[in-house]
Design a protein around this ligand. Sequence first.
Ligand code: DGJ
Length: 736
Amino acid sequence: MKLKNLINFDEQQQVFHLHNGNISYILGIDEGGVLSHLYFGPRIKNYHGQLKNPRKDRGFSDNLPEAQERTFSLDFVLQEYSSQGDGDFRNPAAIIRQANGSYSARFVYKDYKISFGKPQLDGLPAAYVIKKNEAQTLKIILEDQVNQLELILIYTIYQDYDVIARSVELINKSDKSVHIEKLASMQLDLPAGKKQQVISLPGAHANERQLQREDINAGTKVFESRRGTTSHQMNNFIAICDSQTDEFQGNIIGLSFVYSGNHKEEIEKDQYGATRILVGINNEQFDWEVKSQQTFQTPEVLMTYSAQGMNKMSDNLHRLMRERVARGKYKFAPRPILVNNWEATFMDFDENKLKPIVDEAKKLGIEMFVLDDGWFGHRDDDNTSLGDWKVFARKFPQGLKRFVDYIHANGLKFGLWFEPEMISIDSELYQQHPDYMLKVPGSKPSPSRNQYVLDMGRQEVRDNIYNQMTAILDSCQIDYVKWDMNRHLTDIYSPVLPANCQGEVLHRYVLGLYQMLEKITTEYPDILWEGCSGGGGRFDAGFLYYMPQSWTSDNTDAVARIKIQYGTSIAYPISSMTAHVSASPNQQTGRLTSMKTRGEVAMSGVLGYELDLTKLSSVDKKEVQAQIAFYKKIRSLVQYGKFIRLISPYDNNRCAWMFVSDDKNEAIVFSFKIMSEAQPAFEILKLSGLDADKTYKNLDTGAVIGGDELMNTGFYEPITQADFSSQVYHFKALAG
Ligand code: DGJ
């Protein structure tokens, strides 16, 4: 097959043009070897080089040392990557402490390389290619001649995804060490123009990824985590859009950081109205020594562009994450419907209490039983046993295998919870290795949930946990693992690093974690791995590379979940979003909701149950059974179909979203009305993403209706007289 060129270099114009059928990204070599940004947007067929960085002699804008005129200044040129001390006074992408103590660096163009495919990043998660010809990679080598440093800007453009993956590598070619104090994974300088807004996903524990949108004004706006992980508090995704952009129209750029540690997203509107965007590892508590001849590779950012609003931007990311970030057996496989015992029993269980839940699960059609926290050490509460991954004999007197065999004999799969990165003081691990936890010599570490964090940057620490975990995984058939993490990182210090490298601890933690995840997930390829951090505290594209799904939130309240799942869907695919039906009143909010609404919110993700099934009334049992049977019919559509947001719960007393099959022959729509009203408006629901020329049948009412009608005239929704009601509409196209 002929390789299709996705990247051109125009020798005459000195311009690089990355393009596929829909998008173009253009950058050029400007005066003095400065690499300037020219364009990111809809596909340009043939770039004729009209867009040159304008020149002007501006006050207080200094010039390049070799400049003949006073009109070119890094103070205002749109750059591809910036550093410090060279006259660009905006937020720098790189801060490097040189061997002589100076912070100045001047990177200028040296060379480039274009190749088919996409290089994987050593030790880091990243989007990948399946076939070499589906993407092309441009490496631009910049050089700081004085300090003998090379900076390689890496861009990969896919042919069939409107995504460009970017990262940066620093090579120290000098004979002395330098220290990186900041090295962003990407910079994007956007020209002044229309009023722009930034979309972000802030939140809290049990309230993750709440959609936020605000104007970009002069000055710097920072979104970040300094908690050691992605965090519930601020997800590592942002989008930049025109103020008129909505779900269906308008320009929007989405940026997803493929990393699970501290992150920083900076948006700076400068003095002349241009906007600089930087995404990368948070530079706070970061200081990385690059020895002579060594390199440092940043994590990757996935950068997408849509001219058709937010839904298209999300779809671009959903497809890429599903198809070129997630890996393993479950990448496209139907995810089993599970029951998890956490909200059913918390840690107060033994096998006799759990078996009736298993029996009931089988009757209801559930496919997997997940044993959550409390099965190991002597853990009856959260004060103990993290780090001791041995079965709690009092709870499982006949061993775990007997219990697991019981579950398999009932035709269910078995899943198990671990929290591998943690240690309790009350544990054998702490008795043997008190130095394994993060703590600063001479001071007392801070507990959180009465637990402490292991120094995952250390091989011997990882080996210890790995050996304990694999002993359990080898002892019986375990089909699923939930990898939890229930606190953030404090007391940042590692005894194995010298004083001048303590700024490496946080990133080494993430690299160590990734190393362990890579090893264990490839050695146990049949296990379905689910990420979790007290709910959705580590919901990011980096973790999705190792684990195709993640627990979305500890908040299982259906009404709260509508906003959480809506916000999460902005950046992450539905196949990654687990959602469970729990008891009512809800344990986190005390809210009462119907089984129907709880089911339909959870069915909009990867469905599971998390309640004591034996306590359900016979009416509820019937309803759950019907939900499960129905979900099995729509599962592949929900998990792998195209997801479209129709009505936002952030601006309305209602919410609606839908899923459409690739061939547009099937669609399922979920619509939620939050609060009941005495005099409600007559509300029309209009669908999207269907084939206007096809005729569809509503499978519940039998009504026949055109795709054009469903999308344009829409239909009136029923008026409900209850809070938190929900509706499902299921359509199939008629043949012919
Ligand atoms: C936090 C998780 O999000 C919950 O689902 C549960 O596994 C608990 N941890 C157990 O400690």
